[in-house]
Ligand binder design. Structure first.
Ligand code: SF4
Length: 288
């Protein structure tokens, strides 16, 4: 854009490579760097000649990554210890307008007002007939109203989360509420944070519980907010009993078994495969 190169960095472990690249390849043209990793570690790329660190948001960047993705809110009302959203997006904010697209990446859309939520659902029902709520549905604040609204969308893939067992009762009630009010069980997924504050046995038990409840588990490996290596097992994780082999065992088991074997929508299937599985497959030879 006007001779300036814009680079959005999604993950912190990409920063070291980018830094050395910026110091060599972009010597003579201006570069603006931004994105979640830069917001998490704004000083990492500062001080490089010709490089501007921008911790704001540039319109349309999300659609460059995924043309069907949108965000209708920023931030979150919670401060989960393992999550970067408070740091990178700040307080919860509803947008006045947004591209009406079916992959909804809000961090916590249920924290929005009734009128905002209704507007999002109306747009999806009227224009798309399907949706993938990719950013997470907070089971702790799900109401009948939300469940009824979700059920209005013909094919709505919902991603709830069971990151630990402290709110398992709410998780169970939310699944019941959603399915009672018309959301297909096969369209519900559940993220499960692993490698954070529990051992492999607990992680397996939680993922198996999700699966036995008829919900597709999506294990999410915990990485620190300043992680410089994508999959390095930290000292804290080793103390919890994790090893690289254990990490790969649980990740590949559930990604192979549930995600690839599921009957969810073609579009969201493609999206999950692209976003998660292909990366894991490259890293592990357990998949053959
Ligand atoms: S509810 Fe989700 S988005 Fe919000 S802080 Fe917790 S993990 Fe992050």
């Amino acid at each position: 854009m006007n001779g300036t190169t814009f680079i959005s960095v999604p993950f912190t472990w990409l920063l070291p490579k980018l830094k050395s690249h910026l110091k060599t390849s972009y010597k003579f043209s201006p570069v603006v760097v931004g994105g979640p990793a830069v917001k998490a570690m704004p000083s990492f790329l500062s001080g490089i000649s010709g490089v501007t660190v921008d911790t704001g948001d540039i319109k349309g960047v999300l659609q460059r990554f995924e043309p069907l993705a949108t965000k209708t809110t920023y931030g979150c009302i919670r401060k989960c210890k393992f999550c970067l959203v408070r740091k990178t997006e700040g307080k919860f904010t509803e947008l006045d307008e947004w591209p009406n697209l079916p992959i909804v990446c809000d961090n916590n859309i249920l924290a929005s007002s009734g009128s905002h939520f209704q507007k999002v659902i109306n747009g999806l029902v009227d224009e798309w007939g399907w949706a993938d709520f990719n950013g997470g549905i907070d089971v702790r604040i799900l109401t009948k109203y939300h469940a009824r609204q979700f059920a209005r969308i013909k094919k709505a893939v919902l991603r709830i989360a069971l990151d630990d067992n402290s709110y398992i009762d709410k998780w169970i009630s939310a699944v019941k509420l959603l399915t009672d009010l018309g959301v297909k069980r096969s369209n519900i997924r559940s993220y499960a944070l692993i490698g954070f504050n529990s051992d492999p046995q607990e992680a397996w038990a939680r993922c198996m519980f999700i699966e036995k409840s008829g919900i597709m588990p999506i294990p999410m490996w915990f990485r620190r907010s300043d992680a410089m290596y994508k999959n390095k097992i930290t000292e804290e994780q080793k103390e919890l009993g994790w090893s690289e082999q254990e990490r790969l065992r649980i990740m590949s088991w559930f990604y192979n078994r549930t995600i690839l074997g599921s009957g969810h929508t073609k579009k969201s299937n493609m999206y999950i495969k692209k976003s998660f599985f292909s990366k894991i497959k490259k890293e592990t030879n357990l998949n053959g």
